[in-house]
Structures are given as C-alpha cells and as structure tokens.
Design a protein around this ligand. Structure first.
Ligand code: UD1
Length: 360
C-alpha cells in the first residue's frame, strides 16, 4: 500500500511530523511520500518546522501559495493531481482544515485514491470561516476519519458518515507537543521573556483584515499590557495589515512584537506564560494539554473540548468581552482543566494501525 502525506501551511507541519516519524520507524516498511503544497513559503512559516521537527526535505514542493482562496485551492488541486498521477497512492493523508487540506483531498478523489482526514469532524458552525468550508467539504469526500475528540464523532455521524470509518485516535498535535517539550526542557532552552507575561497570536481574517476590528483588538491588548508584557509573534497577514492601516503606534513598548517563531521558540515562550490570547485553533488545544490559561478571541470554537474539559475561555472579539474576562482572570478566577482523553502522545501509532489494515 502506498501513502501520500500532504501538508502546506504552518499548522499542518506539527500534525504530519509524528506520522512521518512513526512511518520511518515502522518495521512493516510503509511506502510513503510527502508533498508540501507551498501554501506557506516564508522560512519562518515553513522550512524552520521541517528543520526543527527533523522531517527532512519533502519529496515534492509545489509552490502553490499566494492568491485568493479559490486560486490557492485550484493551484493545490492541480499540483497534487499531477503528483497523484505520478505516484498512484492508495491513500492520500490530509491534516487539519487549511486550503491545502481541501485542495489535496479534491485531487486525491479525482485520481481515484482514498482520502484519510486527520482531525476530521470538527465544526464551528460558522460558514464565514474558510476553515469551516474546508472541514466540511474535506469530510464529505473522505474515506477514513481520524478524530481528536468525541464531539467530532457525533458531528460526523449526524452528517451521515458510516461509524465504521470513524476512528477516535486522539490529538496528533499533542504527540509533537509532548515529544518536543521534553527536548525543550532537557536543553534548558530559554525564551526572551521573564516574570509574569502573556503571549498573543492573531491572524484570523475576521480579526485582522477589518480595520475597525483590528484597531479595537490592538487597543484591548494595549490595556492588558499595562499589567504585564504581552509577547506578540506577528503573522505575515497581520503584519501587513498593521502596516497598511498605520497601527504601529497603537502599541506601546510593553507589547513585544516578534517575527513568526519556530516551533521550539514558540513552545518555550508560551509554556511559561501566565495567559495566552489567541484566535488560532491549534493553540487552544496545546494550552489545554499543558494547563495554561487561554483566551480565545473568537465567538465560536470547533474544539469544544478545550472549553468543557480544558483551560480555554471563549472571550469574543470585543474590547468589552475580552477585558471582562481579563478582569476575572486578574481577580484570580482562573480556569483550570484536565487533559482530554487520548491526548497522550500516541495518536500517530494508532493512526498507522488503522492505515495498515487498508481500506475495505
Ligand atoms: C492559513 C490557514 C489558517 C491557519 C493559518 C496559520 C487557510 C484558509 N487558512 O491562514 O487556517 O490558521 O494559515 O498560519 O488555509 N504569507 C506570507 N508568507 C507565508 C505565508 C503567507 O507572507 O509563508 C502571507 C501572504 O500575504 C498570504 C497571507 O499571508 O497571502 C495569507 O496566507 P494564507 O496561507 O492565504 O492564509 P493564512 O492567513 O496564513
């Protein structure tokens, strides 16, 4: 059986890493290739993850980044289609919910391969998010569904997916987190921050592409930064908008602007933070796994377990909502949680067991 693993954007790389390592180790000698769509292409958004997570070079780098969502999707579909025609994989493995996930799934389907979706079944019910469209369409055409939490199993069943194709295997990103956390701790890796501090990430189009919303959010962060430094690795999309809107002056010196960080640099920063503020999907899960308080700057989440069991608080995207939650946090009302079921560092091994059985 031949596998093609596809990744393209930053949050994909920590999700395929454990699979690649497990496949290399496996005595059954799986035949597999790795394709990078090129959705993300800056060194700090892409190559640094391949280097740090010891992934080696992908077998294919497709340069299908940039442009609108539609352009990206079709460029990725065409490029992965060519690889599928060449390699004839039995199963194409896609991860997460980015444009590369859907573009690759479409291409795989076109060329007759089966699609295995890692992180299937998550739903925000918010159709304005490109990720929600990617999740739903990818799941419509997938053949194997690997899920991180039980809510996702229910979502898929409600959408008519045959239960026999759904595998609750846990969260593969936590495989990467556990492995590299040990390395970071052993190496005594230091970050630039000390004392009590917060970490911020912000890149959702709904938060950063709209001028008034971005202003409101930056002003809110500035308020929090009166109490403690806020370290802010700035995503290229956000950086571009801050510059275009002329918002650099909204942030005082207690907001520490950083370039996008490598996996290890970011981990060593957020693991010791008093509070993480984010609109990312993955960081909601990672903070839950390590028990770090997290404010999610969104109105919804496709990862409800981080709220019901974890440390995540959905604070919305208004100044009032975020500062209201922050006041409670300051008063010591800090959400604690537990690590969800099967977020145990062994998800990749469970996925391989299923893949080894093939698709009936
Ligand atoms: C994408 C994903 C999002 C994920 C995020 C993590 C989709 C729909 N969105 O959003 O789910 O959370 O990645 O980063 O797939 N850019 C660079 N260098 C890069 C990559 C991007 O400068 O290496 C700039 C470009 O101007 C590009 C813009 O960022 O047009 C947006 O990139 P894109 O991949 O379209 O979406 P993200 O906002 O990164």
């Amino acid at each position: 059986m031949k596998l093609l693993l596809v990744a393209g954007a930053r949050p994909n790389f920590m999700k395929i890493a454990p699979l690649i390592h497990e496949l290399r180790r496996d005595p059954r000698g799986f035949d597999f290739k790795v394709a990078h769509t090129g959705q993300h292409y800056d060194y700090q958004m892409s190559q640094v993850f391949f280097d740090e997570l010891e992934l080696g070079e992908p077998d294919y780098f497709l340069g299908a980044g940039g442009g609108t969502r539609d352009e990206q999707l079709s460029n990725i579909e065409i490029a992965i289609g060519k690889i599928c025609a060449l390699e004839m994989p039995d199963i194409v493995v896609v991860v997460g919910d980015v444009n590369s996930t859907l573009g690759a799934a479409r291409a795989a389907k076109q060329c007759g391969a089966k699609v295995a979706h890692v992180e299937a079944g998550l739903r925000s019910w918010d159709w304005t998010m490109p990720e929600e469209m990617n999740r739903i369409e990818t799941d419509r055409i997938s053949d194997l569904f690997f899920v991180t939490e039980r809510d996702a199993v229910e979502n898929l069943k409600k959408e008519g997916v045959d239960e026999a194709k759904i595998f609750f295997v846990g969260n593969i990103m936590i495989d990467t987190l556990q492995f590299w956390l040990r390395k970071v701790s052993q190496a005594g890796r230091k970050n630039a921050a000390s004392g009590r501090y917060a970490v911020l990430t912000l890149h959702r189009p709904s938060n950063v592409d709209n001028r008034a919303k971005l202003r409101e959010l930056l002003e809110t962060i500035q308020e929090i930064a009166r109490d403690m430094p806020v370290y802010f690795p700035v995503h290229p999309r956000t950086k571009k908008n801050i510059e275009e809107f002329g918002f650099d002056s909204l942030l005082g010196e207690n907001v520490k602007l950083l370039p996008p960080l490598s996996y290890m640099d970011f981990l060593s920063l957020w693991k010791d933070a008093a509070l993480v503020l984010t609109d990312s999907g993955g960081i909601q899960e990672e903070t839950t796994a390590l028990g770090i308080p997290c404010f999610t700057i969104r109105d919804n989440t496709e990862r409800p377990i981080t709220i019901t069991e974890g440390t995540n608080v959905l604070v919305g995207t208004t100044k009032e909502g975020i500062l209201g939650a922050y006041t409670m946090f300051k008063e010591g009302n800090i959400k604690t949680g537990r690590v969800p079921e099967l977020w145990d560092g062994k998800t990749a091994a469970r996925i391989l067991e299923v893949l080894a059985r093939g698709i009936k």
